[in-house]
Structures are given as C-alpha cells and as structure tokens.
Design a protein around this ligand. Structure first.
Ligand SMILES: Cc1cc2nc3c(=O)[nH]c(=O)nc-3n(C[C@H](O)[C@H](O)[C@H](O)COP(=O)(O)OP(=O)(O)OC[C@H]3O[C@@H](n4cnc5c(N)ncnc54)[C@H](O)[C@@H]3O)c2cc1C
Length: 595
C-alpha cells in the first residue's frame, strides 16, 4: 500500500508563488486574516493528520467496507476514532462562518487540506466533505431559525450532512424527481419518497445526520421549476437543540460497489419525515447548485488527489524494482539489472502522472480562489468577473481532472506491471476508488453539455472570452521573456484556435442541435488541455525567475516542457474529432447498433 506523503513543497509553490495567496487572502473582505505562520501550521498539521491517521485506514476501509443492519450502518475500524480526532482538532469549522463558531478561513485554504485528506483516504473524506458543503449551503440559504438550530452542531462537526437528489428513475434528469412534500399547519412539511445512492446517508461517525433533500411540494409545476429543498434531520432537534425524537427517515440498504467501499452509499426511505423548507419554494435546485458546485470542485479534487497518490506509489516502485537494462547502457552496473525508472516508457508514464497532478493542482487551487473572490470579495466588479470565470471553469475542472486522474491512476498500475493488479500494493484500489469520480456529481457527458451548451453557446461565446482574454494578456506579457517562447507561442496559437473552433461549432449547431452533443466531450477535453497549458506556462514563468540551481524549479520547467511536447498535442485529435461533426455519430439507425 503506498504511504502517502503530502507534497508540501509543490503545494507551497502553487499557493505562495504562482497564485500569490497572501494578496488573494487580503482581498477577501469577509474572511479572517491568514498570516503565513497560520497557513504553514495548517498545512503541516493537515499533512500530519492525513499521513499518520488517515493513510493507514485506506486499505482497511477497502477490505472491511461498511456494514448495514436494522439499527444502522457501521463504518470500518478506525473511521469513527479518526473522525473524533478530526473534530477535536477543529478541522470541520475551518472555513465556516464565525457567527456559528467557524474560523472564517478562506475556502481555497480549506481545499488544500481536503486534497491531503483525499489522497490519504478518499472514502473517509467523503463523510466530512459532504457535511461541510451542506453546512455552507445552509449558511447562505436557510432561514435564521434553521441556521440557529443546525449550524453550530454542523460547524463543530458533531452533526453531519448529505445531499439527497438521486432517485431510481432520475439521475442526470432531476426534473423527473417524485419525492413529495406535503405542507403541515405549523409550516413544516412531510417528506415522502425514496432516494438512492446517498453518500453518508447513514453511518456511525456523527451524532446526527442532516439530509438536504430535493422534493416536490404538492401542486408544484412539473420539471425542474417545481423542485424545493428541505432540511430533514435523522433526529429532530429538541427544545435545547440536542438530538431528540427519531425522524421518519431510514436507510433501507447500502450498495455493494466497485470502489470507495468505506463510503456508505445508501438507499434512503423518507416516510412522511418532517422536513423544513430551505430558501424559496420551487427554487430548490438553485440553492442545491451551491452545494453541487462545491461538490463538483471537491470531485475534481478526487481526480487530483488519487492521481497524486498513484504517482507517489509508482515513483517509489520504479526506483526500487530492477528489470532489464537501459537501452543506452547500464545505469546500475553493479546490480543484476537497472531500476524501472531508467526506461523511457516508464519515465513517460511517471512524467504524465506528474504533469497531470501538478498542473491539476495549480488549476483547481486557482478555481478555488475565484470561488473565494465571488463569495467574499468586497469589490462588486471583481465578484462578477470571478463568478463568470469560475462557472465556466468548474465543469472543466470536474470532468477533465477526473478523466485525466483516471488515466494517471491506470499508469500508476501499469508501472507496477502485474503487481499493480494485486491488491496488497494498493494501486488497483486507487483505480477502483477513482472510477466513480467521472460518474457522480454529473457525469463527464453532463459536464460537457453544461460547458459547451449552457455556458459557452448559451452566452454567445462571451463566457469563454473572459478566459481567452486572460490567456491572451498573459501571452502578451510573457512573449519576450527568456525561456518562455516555446510555451507562449503554442499557448497563444491554441487560445486563438479555441475561439475559432467555438465559432465553427456555433455555426454547425444552428442547423443541427445534435452537433453540440456530438462535440461536447471532445470540446471539454480540449478546453482542459488548454487550461492546464495556461497553468503550466504560469508555473514555468515563476520557476524561470527563481534560483537556477534549485532542482525543484528545474523540474518544474522540465515538466512544463514535457506537458507541452508530449501531452498538449492531444488537442489536435480532439479538434479534428469534434469538427468532423455529428453525421457519423447520428447516421446509424438505432436498430443497426446490434445484429
Ligand atoms: C457511489 C455513488 C455515490 C453517489 N452519491 C450521491 C449522493 O450523495 N447524492 C445524490 O443525490 N446522488 C449520488 N449519486 C448519484 C450520481 O450523482 C448519479 O449516479 C449521476 O448523477 C448519474 O445519474 P444516473 O446514474 O441516473 O445516470 P443517467 O442519468 O441515467 O445517465 C446514464 C448515462 O447517460 C448519459 N446521459 C444522460 N442524459 C444525457 C444527455 N441529455 N445527453 C448526453 N448524455 C446523457 C450520462 O452521461 C451517462 O453516461 C451517487 C452515485 C454513486 C454511484
């Protein structure tokens, strides 16, 4: 099982040097100050907790999984104790509003801790991640009364939260949902229906579970316009705000699944359970998007954190395992063979993992800063720009980073040869655990439709231009800097091409709407490769400014070169495929798919 070591040098490089986090934190009017000492302490302690407490639980969690009984769901050995330690350490309250006992630190800093937790044990992190996202939603949308009732306990981590959207007949298409809400005279509602696939719907790690449930009030319009959001607690709080009467919501069973076995995926039965409206009636999806966007960025993080963990395992193995000789002559002449890392193809796989993990880290941290700016900047114009840009980049981060993270995790297994297929090394667990990331929180296909259909075409290309202008400006500023020409020339060309492709797809879509669906995933992947090219050029530029003898900085420039020469050319095949159009995709009659 690979022992996780938090990549603190890279995390610090991205936060402090590439993204100027000190300036960013200072620009957030309504967040607590973050001194460098505080930030260093958070990163060091987060790393220790992830490495020492969570990493050892990862394989145990996979082997034991969760168990269901009439009385509830039991998590694997050590999960509950680790959570107690996490809560006692004050981690659940890190980014929460001080009004409810939170520490008010920026979300982009909390996300870094989440990355470390996720690399060490994603399944454990899902319980805490969803709970914190649920609390953040209530901070924005819930009434004062609901906030007073729930937020203190959710902030200190005594109570957790879930998001209950999916039903057996309704996944991507939430407009089909049937769970119903009947109004009571006291202003509460009775919620009835069955939700499936609810992560952390039932477990033994927290005292109470606060479900955020989408349901349809009787008589509400059909489709997405008639969906409302409700708080439905497992235990109804009593007059003192402590757990009281059991509510009518129960876990009917848990799923047996390919990966994340330690995360309970629950069928939740709501039998007239008491629920309380959050926000306006029929505007539930709007509020839920708040949680979904944060969960989408959290899922992007799963791609990064699993890619990082897989890279660490593969690198250690490639240094240690001796097989055959280097084509250019022995590199370990005193040994019986050379280590795997001398072979060009093994280096290709390791460098692909490294380039994807470090590029994705910079990309996701940057998007997280934009989200901070949108919520907490005192400058209206900055907030508006950050909202537009983060909305465009979130589907790219979610789908691209999970798809490429999966590629990376497969490479990690490949570096191990047949041993990668054997459970004890932990490399196959990473692949199995990560596989879900391209499916939940909106599949890659749904993210791609959101990007190309809703954001790019829906804004007549304007939302894309917000980003391409930033890249254009960067290229202009960097074009004469020594060492930057190979990056800037390619990036500027792709940036212009991105606009051209978008225009051509827009024209095609005017005569055939299926052109959007047929092009969308290629378009998203193309967008992802260009976005990472922008991040790699930014990182190369900073590295070139630093100490030329610093091996870390040299490796940054070399990895940027690898990304540009060996990964970025993939944009060409995505471009050709999407511009070849929808005909070959749509021409075949459905009956001809199988004979
Ligand atoms: C382990 C796990 C944990 C989960 N956790 C939660 C949770 O905590 N809360 C929750 O509410 N849900 C949760 N889910 C549900 C998850 O979000 C859904 O499974 C996901 O959104 C996809 O829905 P679906 O499975 O019904 O697939 P479908 O919507 O049936 O989609 C099937 C396929 O069709 C494609 N497709 C669908 N519509 C279109 C279209 N218009 N155009 C092109 N392609 C399309 C999809 O991309 C996909 O490839 C979880 C699921 C799993 C497996």
């Amino acid at each position: 099982m690979p022992q996780y070591t938090a990549p603190l040098r890279d995390i610090n490089f991205v936060l402090k040097e590439v993204l100027n986090c000190d300036k960013h934190f200072a620009s957030l009017a309504s967040r607590e100050e973050v001194s460098e000492d505080l930030m260093d302490a958070i990163l060091t302690e987060g790393a220790k907790f992830s490495e020492n407490v969570l990493s050892p639980l990862n394989q145990i969690g996979d082997q034991q999984g969760c168990t269901w009984s009439e009385s509830g769901v039991t998590t694997p050995d050590g999960f509950k104790e680790a959570y107690q330690q996490f809560a006692e350490g004050g981690w659940p309250s890190m980014t929460a509003n001080p009004q409810f006992g939170g520490q008010g630190l920026p979300n982009s800093l909390g996300l870094v801790v989440t990355e470390m937790v996720s690399s060490a044990c994603w399944a454990w992190g899902m319980y805490t991640g969803l709970s914190q996202s649920a609390a953040r939603l209530l901070e924005v949308y819930a009434s004062d009364e609901l906030q007073e009732t729930y937020l203190a306990k959710m902030t200190d981590g005594t109570w957790g939260g879930t998001m209950c959207l999916t039903e057996s007949h309704c996944g991507s298409d939430l407009g089909l949902l049937r769970t119903k809400a009947e109004a009571n005279a006291d202003g509460s509602f009775n919620i009835t229906g069955t939700k499936i696939f609810i992560s952390g719907g039932e477990h033994d790690m927290m005292e109470n579970i606060v479900h955020l449930v989408l349901a349809r009030v009787e008589g509400a319009p059909a489709g997405t316009k008639g969906i409302s959001l409700f708080v439905v607690p497992k235990f109804l709080p009593d007059a003192n705000g402590e757990v009281g009467e059991r509510n009518g919501v129960h876990c009917g069973s848990i799923e047996h699944k390919m990966g994340i076995k330690a995360s309970a995926t629950c069928v939740m039965n709501f039998d007239g359970a008491k629920g309380f409206l959050v926000g306006e009636e029929n505007r539930g999806l709007n509020a839920m998007f708040h949680m979904m966007n944060s969960a989408r960025l959290g899922t992007a993080l799963q791609g990064l954190s699993a890619g990082e963990a897989s890279f660490q395992g593969a690198l250690a193995y490639a240094r240690d395992r001796l097989q055959m000789r280097s084509l250019s002559g022995p590199k370990n002449p005193d040994g019986p063979a050379d280590p795997l890392i001398v072979h060009a193809d093994v280096r290709r796989m390791l460098l692909t993992q490294k380039a994807l993990a470090e590029g994705s880290r910079a990309f996701i941290y940057w998007v997280a800063q934009l989200v901070d700016t949108f919520y907490f900047s005192g400058d209206e114009e900055e907030r508006r720009k950050a909202e537009e840009l983060s909305e465009l980049l979130t589907p790219i981060a979610k789908a691209f980073v999970t798809e490429t993270g999966l590629e990376s995790a497969n490479y990690g297994m490949q570096v191990f040869g047949g041993h990668g297929f054997i459970s004890e090394w932990g490399m196959e667990q990473i692949v199995r655990d990560l596989r879900i990331s391209t499916l939940y929180e909106g599949t890659t296909g749904i993210q791609a439709l959101d990007l190309l259909g809703r954001k790019v075409m829906g804004s007549g290309g304007k939302q894309l231009m917000v980003f391409t202008k930033i890249i254009h400006q960067f290229c202009k500023e960097q074009q004469d800097k020594p060492g930057m020409a190979p990056f800037v020339e390619k990036l500027a060309a792709l940036n212009a091409e991105w606009g051209d492709i978008t225009g051509k797809l827009g024209e095609k879509a005017m005569s055939n709407a299926d052109e959007v669906g047929a092009a969308s995933v290629d378009y998203l992947m193309y967008s992802g490769y260009v976005s990472l090219a922008f991040m790699w050029a930014r990182m190369a530029s900073i590295a070139l400014d630093g100490d030329a003898d610093d091996a870390f900085l040299q490796a940054k420039v070399q990895t940027a070169q690898f990304y540009y020469q060996r990964i970025l050319p993939r944009t060409e095949s995505h471009k050709i495929a999407m511009l070849n159009g929808a005909d070959s995709v749509m021409a075949m009659p459905e009956a001809s798919f199988a004979f």
